[in-house]
Design a protein around this ligand. Structure first.
Ligand code: ATP
Ligand code: MG
Length: 137
């Protein structure tokens, strides 16, 4: 079993897609090990996306991610990291495959509905960041 972090981003929350996305997560065989709604501070958004600090889209990305509530979830499943990224689709919805969450629900390359960890190690780190002290697996 592997852990990955999923976030329902502010654009999807504004469109009231929480239920649809959670339904898809369960249909894909993930266990929801931990879940909570929160609102990221600007500082938390900057910390979460620190690897993108030098990118031209960094400022807009952090404004977007802190503009409203998000739902964060620790998901477990066999091959969780790869499978969740397959379900969410490419970063840019224009490139996302048919049937993916981003293809259906993303508005733009920045406002792309959901987050997924990009490696097993980041999955563990990100779940630990949002759910400190919780026994996840
Ligand atoms: P995430 O980490 O949110 O799951 P990702 O792994 O598909 O997305 P990253 O390269 O990690 O993509 O980029 C993080 C986020 O930064 C993207 O989800 C998107 O919101 C934003 N972003 C990435 N590339 C661009 C870009 N070229 N222009 C605008 N925003 C971008
Ligand atoms: Mg990423």
């Amino acid at each position: 079993m592997q852990l990955t972090l999923a976030i329902i981003k502010p654009d999807a929350m504004e469109k009231r897609l929480q239920g649809a996305i959670l339904q898809r997560i369960l249909a894909e065989g993930f266990e929801v090990v931990a879940l909570r709604q929160t609102r990221l501070t600007r500082e938390q958004a900057e910390g979460f996306y620190a690897v993108h600090r030098e990118k031209p889209f960094f400022d807009g990305l952090c404004s977007f991610m802190s503009r409203g509530p998000v739902v964060v979830m620790a998901l477990s499943r066999e091959d969780a990291v790869r499978h969740w990224r397959e379900v969410i689709g490419a970063t840019n919805p224009a490139d996302a495959a048919e049937g993916t969450i981003r293809k259906h629900h993303a508005s733009s390359v920045t406002e792309n509905a959901v987050h997924g960890s990009d490696s097993q190690e980041n999955g563990r780190l990100e779940c630990g960041y949002f759910f400190p002290g919780v026994e996840l697996l």
